[in-house]
Ligand binder design. Structure first.
Ligand SMILES: [Zn+2]
Length: 426
C-alpha cells in the first residue's frame, strides 16, 4: 500500500510548477555548455578526489572538458552508490533521454550528443519546463548591475558575505564605492552606501538578502562610538587592522543589513555554520565543512530585536536541525529553509523534513531549494526532494495520522511551492 500511495502523492507533487528559492545560476549563462560543466560541479570533483584522484590531476584536467570527463569517469565505479551520482544519471535520462551509464567506451559519443542538445536555442526553456520551474532565485554580488536578464524568471537576491566578512580588503571598499556612488570614508558613509545597494536591488526586483555565516559568528548591536572606531581602523589598515576591530565591523555591518531588510521589507536568508577552508588541499569548493559546535542561541539577539524581519534559516548539517525546528516553533520570524549542502542527502532530508512537518507551523516551511550552479541540476535535486516528501506524507500523515490523501497533498504543495511565494512576496 505504501509504495502505491507514495507514487500517487509523488505524481501530485510533480504536477505543479514552483520557484527555486536559492541557486547560484548566472542569469546571463544559466545552462551547461557540455558534460564538463555538469561533471565539473564540486560534488563530482570532490568525491572523485576523495576516492583517489589527486587535486592536481583534477585541476589539470579541468582546463579542458574533454580531459575532465574521462578522468572523472575512471572513478565512477567508486561513486555509483552516492546520491550525487544518481543526480547525474537522472540528468542524462530526464533531460537528454540517455538511459545508459556513462563509461570509458561511450563517453565521447555521449559528450558529443549532449553537446549538440545543450546548444539548442530553446534548451534553457526545455529545462525550465521539464523541471516544472517558474523562476529561480539568483545569488548576486552586491555590485551586480542586475542588467540583461528577465528578473521575473531570474529573481535577484543580494548576497552580502563580502560586505560582512571582507570589508578589510581594499577591493571590497572600491567595489562598494563604485556600486553605491558613495565614497566610503567612515561609519556614516558606510551606512549610506549599504542603503544605496538595497535601493538598487529593491528597484530591480530583489526578493531577499542572503549570507552564509561561519559557526563562531554571533550577531549583536555595536554601539555607534565603537563602530566608528572599528570602521576607521578597517578603512585605514585593511586586513592588518586589529582582529577585534575586524570582528566589530563584521557585526556592525551584519546588523545594518538586518536593519535594511526591515526597512526595505526583504527576508534575510541566513545560511549558518560553514567553516571555510577546513581541508586545505581539497579541490575548488571542496574544502569547506560544518562544525557541530554552532548553535542558534548565538542568534537570539538578532531574532529578538528584528521581530518584523523574516529569517529563512538554512543549517549546514542535520545536527543543527532540531534547534532550527524548535526556534521556528517558538519565534514567529524564524522559518525553516531547505536542506543545505551536507544535509542535502536523502537520509538527512527525510529525518529533518519529517521533524519540521510535525512541529513547525506549515506556513513557515520553505521545503527545498537546489543551490545549483547550472540549470540542469534542478530536475534531479527537486525530484529527490519530492520523492522523500511523498514518502513522509504517505507514511507519517496518511498512514500514521490517518490524513486524507487530499489533505496530505495540500500540505506537500504548500511547503514545495506556496510558501516560497508567500514568504518572498510574490
Ligand atoms: Zn548556495
Amino acid at each position: 500500500m505504501s509504495n502505491e500511495l507514495r507514487s500517487r502523492l509523488f505524481e501530485e507533487l510533480d504536477s505543479i510548477q514552483f520557484v527555486d528559492p536559492h541557486t547560484h545560476i548566472n542569469a546571463l549563462d544559466p545552462t551547461s555548455s557540455h558534460l564538463g560543466d555538469i561533471l565539473g560541479y564540486h560534488y563530482y570533483t570532490e568525491l572523485a578526489h576523495s576516492a583517489g584522484l589527486t587535486t592536481q590531476q583534477i585541476e589539470d584536467a579541468a582546463e579542458s572538458p574533454r580531459e575532465l570527463v574521462p578522468i572523472l569517469i575512471e572513478k565512477f565505479g567508486c561513486l555509483d552508490n552516492t546520491i550525487q551520482y544518481s543526480w547525474f544519471s537522472e540528468i542524462l535520462s530526464g533531460l537528454f533521454g540517455i538511459e545508459e551509464a556513462l563509461d570509458s567506451s561511450n563517453w565521447e559519443q555521449i559528450f558529443n550528443q549532449t553537446e549538440s542538445q545543450l546548444g539548442a536555442p530553446d534548451w534553457c526553456d526545455q529545462v525550465f519546463e521539464k523541471s516544472h520551474l517558474k523562476a529561480v532565485f539568483l545569488t548576486n554580488d552586491f555590485d551586480d548591475p542586475l542588467a540583461g536578464f528577465d528578473t521575473d524568471r531570474y529573481i535577484p537576491c543580494l548576497r552580502t558575505d563580502d560586505l560582512v566578512f571582507h570589508l578589510g580588503k581594499p577591493e571590497t571598499v572600491s567595489r562598494l564605492n563604485q556600486a553605491s556612488g558613495e565614497e566610503v570614508t567612515n561609519r556614516q558613509t558606510l551606512d549610506k552606501a549599504i542603503e544605496k545597494l538595497f535601493e538598487h536591488f529593491k528597484a530591480n526586483g530583489a526578493r531577499a538578502c542572503a549570507i552564509s555565516l561561519p559557526p563562531g559568528f554571533q550577531p549583536e548591536s555595536i554601539v555607534p562610538g565603537r563602530a566608528e572606531k572599528a570602521v576607521d581602523a578597517i578603512l585605514k589598515k585593511g586586513i592588518q587592522a586589529d582582529t577585534a576591530d575586524q570582528a566589530a565591523v563584521s557585526k556592525y555591518v551584519f546588523w545594518k543589513l538586518a536593519q535594511c531588510c526591515d526597512e526595505f521589507k526583504l527576508p534575510f536568508d541566513l545560511m549558518i555554520g560553514v567553516n571555510r577552508g577546513v581541508y586545505t588541499d581539497g579541490v575548488y569548493q571542496g574544502q569547506d565543512l560544518y562544525d557541530s559546535r554552532v548553535s542558534l542561541i548565538q542568534y537570539r539577539h538578532l531574532f529578538n530585536h528584528f521581530a518584523d524581519v523574516k529569517f529563512p534559516i538554512s543549517v549546514l548539517a542535520s545536527v543543527t536541525n532540531q534547534e532550527l525546528v524548535s526556534y521556528s516553533w517558538i519565534f514567529p520570524n524564524v522559518l525553516t529553509n531547505g536542506h543545505w549542502w551536507y544535509s542535502n542527502t536523502p537520509t538527512y532530508i527525510e529525518h529533518d523534513a519529517a521533524a519540521r512537518l510535525e512541529a513547525v507551523p506549515r506556513n513557515k516551511q520553505i521545503g527545498y531549494y537546489s543551490d545549483m550552479y547550472k540549470m540542469e541540476f534542478a530536475l534531479p535535486k527537486f525530484n529527490m526532494y519530492k520523492r522523500i516528501l511523498a514518502k513522509i506524507l504517505a507514511e507519517k500523515f496518511v498512514i500514521d495520522r490517518r490524513w486524507t490523501e487530499t489533505d496530505a497533498i495540500a500540505l506537500g504543495k504548500q511547503v514545495l511551492s506556496d510558501n516560497s511565494e508567500s514568504v518572498f512576496g510574490f
